[in-house]
Design a binder for this molecule. Structure first.
Ligand code: SF4
Length: 480
């Protein structure tokens, strides 16, 4: 544990984020004294009165108050990082970069007209990012920019949330209700959702839609009739003739039937997700999935037979009890299937997950995988994706992510998911419908973003649907 003291600056929050990266590796109770005395910052790590080590960094001030404040924080983060790196003998893959969108920084540097070499040197010197992650950042940023440059003014994307799943996975922190408990709510939910769809379609009549994403939860938790009804309502409400991408996150194989796959295909869905997370049966059992590895393979084959030619598969690194060999096995199995997209998630222990509760209660079955192992798993994924001809095209990070790593989407050329990039980079408005969905109205190429949230609770959403619609009406009018 580290007790922090700050003098002459107000960067406590930023420094705490750096300390958090090293916390798992520090057992002793230590003091970290940081102070700013123009033109330098100092970080001293102490055990009582004993000075363990010290780092001093110059602050590059240019006379602009905002830029100087940023430079001061940057110097403090570096000094603290170096002190803790020396003490723990560990470097962090992302250096002092703690934000969730690392590629935003590369976009800015590319827009300044800087070349790869200069960008690489900047990320290394200013943010202490490792060589691997610098390459990843540049590759992803370029893929993203190629998609974002095709955004048209006035264009929007749509998100529709179906917050039901057959059971709740141990790591879940999404708006997802177990069907076992909430089946009776499905019809009232759809009724409310249809009302919201009708309103948005009317309010945005004539506005071009670039991508449409139906996510959750697991949309295929709906039965065949409900799914057909939803997709028909979407089709008759919006003009989908110009939509570049229409995705449904089918997600869990235990919810997918041949009929649902056929309905999706007939209704114009062009991209689906079938998410194994792991191809190891013991892991699926541990995390609360009620389906087998064979179900994943069967559903994938059925989807292909029905003409689904853009399939994403999600996998998660750091699942309870998984080793690097288990991940290698999952990758072998995915390679045999040959999906167009694979999204590699690193386990994030979020506030709302059952996993977090069980970890706190000391459940050994869910023991965390260490950072080094995750790093090896990530490297293995990079290698194997390249072998499968898949390139990284989008990336994000979450707080509390194991080992301070990232989630990366890989895609075969020409199959990158537009929606994933739009939601991450916030350059186009996304109108989001359903419980817990948050609309983001984006203006001036992302300079201004206004959020219109829907209530998260299923009950509230159903009961207060008119209020949700009113929120949207006001939001749309305000920023027309
Ligand atoms: S399938 Fe996804 S949304 Fe559903 S419970 Fe599992 S993690 Fe949550």
């Amino acid at each position: 544990m580290i007790n922090l003291r700050c003098e002459g600056h107000d960067a406590e929050y930023e420094i705490s984020n750096i300390i958090n990266l090293f916390t798992p590796y520090i057992q002793d109770e230590l003091q970290l004294e940081t102070h700013y005395q123009k033109p330098k910052v100092y970080a001293k790590l102490k055990d009582g009165d004993l000075l363990l080590n010290e780092a001093i960094y110059p602050v590059k001030e240019i006379g602009d108050p905002l830029a100087d404040k940023k430079a001061l924080k940057q110097a403090l983060k570096k000094a603290v990082y170096m002190t803790l790196t020396d003490y723990t003998n560990r470097k962090m893959p992302w250096g002092i970069l703690t934000g969730i969108r690392p590629t935003k920084l590369v976009h800015e540097l590319l827009e300044e007209g800087l070349n790869d070499e200069v960008i690489d040197a900047h990320l290394k010197a200013e943010y202490l990012v490792s060589a691997n992650k610098r390459i990843l950042m540049r590759e992803v940023a370029k893929e993203e920019l190629a998609i974002l440059r095709q955004n048209k003014p006035e264009e929007i994307s749509l998100y529709i949330g179906i917050p039901f799943c057959p059971t709740r996975c141990v790591y879940c922190s999404f708006t997802a209700y177990s069907l076992e408990k909430c089946e009776a709510q499905v019809e009232p939910y759809l009724e409310a959702l249809f009302k919201e769809i009708t309103f948005v379609a009317e309010a945005k009549k004539g506005v071009p839609i670039r991508s449409l994403y139906i996510g959750g939860g697991t949309p295929t938790s709906l039965n065949e009739d409900q799914l057909l009804c939803l997709l028909e309502h979407v089709k008759s409400s919006f003009d989908l003739s110009e939509v570049e991408e229409y995705t449904i996150e089918a997600g869990r194989p235990d919810t997918i039937t041949k009929d649902k796959l056929r309905i999706m295909k007939e209704q114009g869905v062009g991209r689906i997700s079938i998410n194994p997370q792991s191809m190891n049966q013991k892991t699926l059992d541990t995390i609360g999935r009620r389906h087998g590895v064979e179900d994943i393979k069967r559903v994938f084959a059925e989807a292909r037979a029905l003409g689904h030619d853009c399939i994403n598969m999600d996998m998660i690194l750091g699942l309870p009890g998984e080793t690097v060999a288990d991940v290698a096995y999952t990758l072998d199995e995915l390679e045999k299937l040959g999906p167009e997209n694979i999204t590699v998630h690193t386990m994030a222990i979020k506030r709302a997950s059952r996993l977090k509760e069980e970890l706190m209660a000391g459940e050994e079955a869910y023991a965390l995988t260490e950072g080094e192992k995750i790093q090896q798993m990530l490297e293995l994924c990079e290698e194997r994706m390249a072998r499968m001809g898949l390139k990284p095209y989008y990336m994000y990070r979450q707080k509390n992510m194991l080992g301070n790593f990232e989630n990366v989407g890989y895609a075969a050329p020409g199959t990158q998911c537009v929606y994933n990039i739009e939601i991450m980079e916030e350059k186009e408005s996304i109108i989001a419908l359903g419980a817990g969905a948050i609309t983001k109205m984006v203006y001036q190429n992302g300079e201004r973003i206004d959020r219109i949230p829907n209530v998260k609770s299923l009950k509230d959403y159903i009961e207060r649907i008119d209020e949700m619609i009113e929120r949207k009406r006001e939001g749309f009018l305000k920023y027309r």
